[in-house]
Design a protein around this ligand. Sequence first.
Ligand SMILES: Nc1ncnc2c1ncn2[C@@H]1O[C@H](COP(=O)(O)OP(=O)(O)O)[C@@H](O)[C@H]1O
Ligand SMILES: [Mg+2]
Length: 308
Amino acid sequence: MLDIQNVSVKFSSASEVGAVEDVSLTLQKGTKTALIGETGSGKSVLLLAVMKLLPATAEISGSVLLEGTDLLSLSEEELETIRGDRISYIPQGGGNGLNPLMRIGMQIGEPLIDHRGYSKKKAIAQSVELLRRFRLGKEETWVRAYPHMLSGGMRQRAMIAMGIAAGSRVILADEPTKGLDQDRIQGVAECFQYLQGETLLCVTHDVNFAASVGEYISVMYAAQQLEYAKKEAFFEHPLHPYSRAILDAMPERGLKSNIGFAPPHDAYSVKGCRFSDRCPYKNKLCDEKKPPFIDVKGHKVRCWQYAD
Ligand SMILES: Nc1ncnc2c1ncn2[C@@H]1O[C@H](COP(=O)(O)OP(=O)(O)O)[C@@H](O)[C@H]1O
Ligand SMILES: [Mg+2]
């Protein structure tokens, strides 16, 4: 469905190192993947690269196949017909991205009018259905409301509804729970659990949220993907020492579940593994040679421990 192959991003303005390095992720149709990583690890840049929404200073390499079409090779004009229609992007701080001057129903319905030729009336009726799918309550009332009349959590739900309104089959969401309290985080998690049939790639630095939404987990650290696995495998047997450190640091009740392991600034310039500096298992090879992304029976990990 969405096949991200060897995507790297470098900013010509910030010459030193790549913001994203050689990330490959295959999202099977109808699956949900949570991408976790510390601030600055390259998560947002990866999503923006997939949508081709980065500024001109970004040099992107690799390919992003959406049902076989390489998005990176399309013109801006061609992309505009695809964005919001076949692939949607819910930006960080999504709830604040709503237009304050437009009623909720019209905002959710707009992509239907634009891309599907719906009448205004039909688009609003569809907005009600979408909000109902996300259990907003009093949906007929809220479609007529302006964004400021909704709570933060409701705005976030409306934003997600907008993301899927036109029937996009692939949804990319960037930190949809950032700044929300625990109840609202739960609400957003429910929204994503109601998604059925859509393919989701959700960026987060909240490990609990990742566990409740993702069927697959991908871990980024210092621009690289360090681990990728099915959720159960990841939480039961994390392979990478970084992943283990994250999970070990989680309080059992999971109230404070944010990752707190930002890479040191010089991690990017090392010759070998970027985590070696902090790794309790490191050996000589780790400092000398960049570890490959190794496939251990479908569970992938960038660590020399697992090389033959
Ligand atoms: N437009 C840009 N120009 C130059 N560097 C950028 C730009 N956007 C992001 N970066 C850099 O790319 C790296 C990854 O950023 P980002 O993807 O936003 O991290 P995350 O979303 O994981 O917190 C950071 O070092 C950031 O400073
Ligand atoms: Mg980000």
